[in-house]
Design a protein. Sequence first.
Length: 627
Amino acid sequence: MKKALSGVLAFVLLLGCFSVCASAEQVLLLAGENADAQIVLPQAAPATLGYAARTLQKFFAELTGQTVPIVTSADAPTQILLQHDAVLAEGAYSVKAEAGNLRIAGGGKRGVIYGVFAFLENACGCRFYTNEDYLIPAARTVEVPADYALAYTPYFEYTETDWRNGQNPEFTVANGISGGTYSNTPEEMGGCIRYLSGFAHTLTNQFCSAAVYFDAHPEYFALHDGERTPNQLCLTHPKTIRIVTQEVLSLLARSHDPQQALQIVSVTQHDNGDYCTCPDCKALDEANGSHAGTMVTFANTIADAVAAAGYDNVAVDTFAYQYSRQAPTKVVPRDNVIIRLCSIECCFGHPLDDPACAENVSFMQDLRDWSAICKRIYVWDYGTNYSEYINFFPNLHVMQRNLQIFYENNVKGVYGEGNPQTQLCDGEFSDLRLYLQAKLMQDPYRDFDSEMNGFLAFYYGDGWASIRTFIDLCCEKGVTAKKHAQIFDRAKGSLPGIKTSDVAAFDALWAAAAAGAQTQAQKDRVHRSEFCWRYWKCANSKGEFSAFHTLYQRMKARDALYLDLVDAGITWLGESNRQRQLSDCYALHLLRIPFCWTTLYDNAFWDFISPAVVSLYHGLAKLYGDM
């Protein structure tokens, strides 16, 4: 862990669910010079309270250089009491100064831990910005007003993202991420909400596997375009239902943990459109006005069996995805069924509730319809350009409003899909996206600008404001009334509002950001994040990649960008199953736009001409005096 120090202890007051009261003249001295306080645990405290106590002790020492003892029997004038409160919901907490002591109480396994980290943020100015880098201000003392109070209840029961958060569980719990698919938080750190076995696309892959059953029993599988296909199940066939039910119950017999507040079994369609059109499935779907008719009916049957077997803390999860996204008109999900609504078709450059954006109007209608019939909606949201990861994705300005929309429409869980291979393909703002997404899932009504600006200043140094301007301008110019921002957009033609006349000003912003970076780490971050701008210029033949320059100048600019990507360890330009690995064919990157710099475009022709292209490039370099 790396940390940054400042000379003054900051008091940061967060908005939304957090409430801070600081009006009294008296203070509680908790750590540092002349402090006489102890962190007090109950006798036989569970491991989670022990972790919370050690965390508080560790960061108090980081802040002040002084160690506050952890005890089970207090004899100091000031006590910091860590206690479980059965009245509070899982993850909720109350931090309150009373009778000269500070009490941090929490619900479930995570409440006290979340309360400790919230106190470190709100009262001590700490920020847990990335998996490796924290802001820990230097302070002579930690003290709070004698009437200090802070309270919080989670907005969502389940939050998860795959933006590299699994590498550091401390970052995960510090920022309130509760899901366990990518974070895998240990039990002593509060644990996590787990999907038992598969997370998605489990039908035909995990349950009623096509590899096991299709050859002998094609009738268990979807009838699509007049033929049985192994790509989806027939959801009304009695034996399909029986097999999946038995397999789910067998999974629970092996893996169920009665001590968890919630565990989830994913019973979700495969990732294709080969839904069943047999007479029974077709009739059920037509009666419900949606292919969700069969999907919800099937999930309800499984959920009934799970409930009948006594698994009260288990929910059955299924998709409202692509062909099944529209809510059914008759069947209603059981209370122990989660509908995971997927926003894959949406525009991410306009807020989801923008009435002028047709893609989002359709999604909002589906969200409202599901909200009217379902007690447990989760959203699978999307936050990057899967076609070209490095290109700037103009959605940062809508993240907050979209999370608010989810909360206001009965959504209980959010999974923000980003890019789990970040180190291999990040040339944009993945650390910023991870932090903002985590904080907004924790509280979608917090001060977004304060969080974003604080991160940028910490991460990039004194030139941060130039990067904020770049981000804001790209978001502003990233969509028009007719051009939307979707997750498989090409870089060429993206950010349509940026004109040739804007390029020099954008270049100047990055130059100012580089000049303002104070540490080598900040300089490296500016350099890496600028890839998104250089990549866009290359894809759109702007700036140094413009046709106004000579062939050699354009080749030189492409070569510089390519070599910088290689030096940065970037080996993927887009989603892996689309063969978007970075190619080592020189002819591709010297002559073509970056979308084509991948193994998808490798072939014998480009390999054949590559030596000649390299010779031409070197010959031109000598002619221009660069060699």
